[in-house]
Ligand binder design. Structure first.
Ligand SMILES: *Cc1c(COP(=O)(O)O)cnc(C)c1O
Length: 367
């Protein structure tokens, strides 16, 4: 049996008529580009703001731009530091560096692989401006603790929700605790467009207006450029597709949780370590990440049985060539260093069938 890591084709087939109509509408209206009252983009923004329960959603071109634009809107730049976990996709730290600020990496905690909150206070200096928690794999960071520390030191909190659409800490969605949040709609994310797209969410009127301006060439209104901005707009086609798909996000996340429950019930825990389910968290299971000392062998073995798996991420951020100049060694981030050799992401998508799951778990248990 061949099992892909994600199956976007199957999702498209299941919603084909709705998606095709959404795309055709945009083409009929030639409403291609966001930024000047495009009704598909405006509609998705208000729909997503409503879903989150926030005042403003500003659509942008991708989830890396949304982080960068937010940092710029908060006037974070040269000489500033931003706290970020050692384990994430590079966008989290890249956006900080691109603004001229310094990413200050924090090791992850062994159980959740999320930022180790107990290490944050020690890393705060007089130049620290913000904390960027990342809800990695769709698991929610304890945002009450992060906000307590941020408020104590008067720091901004920008949540990286690229992997956590619909995930909750306690009764609140990720992306609604911090001063602002960044979302990615990269096709493979829990809520994905048919190309690159992203969004900013915030309750702050001033930051929202600033982000909107930065993302659209610094224009307050057409041809009224009050600053230099950039071109980072969401295309009409993506907005229209996302408006359809947002209606299904919660049911897809439930299906992802059912897949996770199946894995957790069936996998032999003497062979692999399961992802830790934290109290107070509704996990969005963007990724299902198991751990084993024989990771590379298991990955090979799965592949030889037709099962695709992936590694998120093979190298922790501080050890990437891009950060060589910071001269970190494994002792600085021992958990991230060790666990990046043990993590393996199993196939995870809402449409995984019982037969497929039975096959995957049997193969792993016979490893
Ligand atoms: C996907 C992702 C991003 C960036 O999103 P893009 O839309 O691909 O630019 C940022 N942070 C994390 C943690 C991600 O997984």
């Amino acid at each position: 049996m061949k099992i892909p890591f994600v199956d976007l084709k199957l999702q498209y087939q299941n919603y084909k008529s709705e998606i095709d109509k959404a795309i055709a509408d945009v083409i009929t209206d030639t409403a291609f580009v966001g930024g000047s009252g495009n009704k598909y983009v405006v509609n998705f923004e208000s729909q997503f703001a409503n879903y989150l329960g926030v005042k403003h959603v500003i659509s942008v071109a991708n989830g890396t731009d949304s982080l960068e634009i937010l940092l710029e809107a908060y006037d974070i730049g040269t000489g500033d530091e931003v706290i970020v976990p050692a384990l994430s996709w590079i966008s989290s730290s890249e956006s900080i560096g691109r603004c001229g600020a310094k990413p200050v990496f924090i090791d992850v905690s062994d159980d959740s692989l999320l930022i180790d909150i107990s290490l944050i206070e020690k890393a705060i200096t007089s130049t620290t401006k913000a904390i960027m928690p990342v809800h990695l794999y769709g698991n929610a960071v304890n945002m009450e603790e992060v906000m307590r520390i941020a408020n104590k030191y008067n720091l901004k909190v920008i949540e990286d929700c690229a992997q956590s659409h619909g995930a909750r800490f306690k009764d609140k969605l990720t992306g609604t605790y911090g001063h602002a949040a960044s979302f990615s709609f990269y096709p493979g994310k829990n809520l994905g467009a048919y190309g690159d797209a992203g969004a900013i969410a915030t309750n702050d009127d001033i930051i929202a207006a600033k982000c909107r301006m930065i993302a659209n060439h610094g224009q307050k209104k057409k041809h009224d450029h009050i600053m230099e901005g950039r071109n980072s707009r969401m295309d009409g086609i993506h907005a229209s597709i996302l408006s359809v798909k947002l209606n299904y996000l919660d049911s897809w996340n439930l299906a992802r949780n059912r897949v996770a429950d199946y894995y957790a019930n069936k996998l032999d825990t003497t062979k692999v370590m399961l992802p830790v389910k934290s109290n107070n968290v509704y996990h969005a299971f963007h990724l299902y990440v198991i751990r084993t000392d024989k990771r590379d062998l298991l990955k090979e073995y799965l592949s030889s049985h037709g099962i695709e798996s992936a590694i998120h991420y093979p190298t922790a951020l501080p050890f990437l060539a891009a950060y060589k100049h910071l001269q970190y060694n494994p002792e600085h981030f021992p958990i991230a260093f060790r666990e990046t050799n043990r993590i393996l992401s199993l196939p995870m998508y809402p449409e995984l069938s019982h037969t497929q799951l039975e096959y995957i778990t049997n193969i792993i248990n016979n490893f």
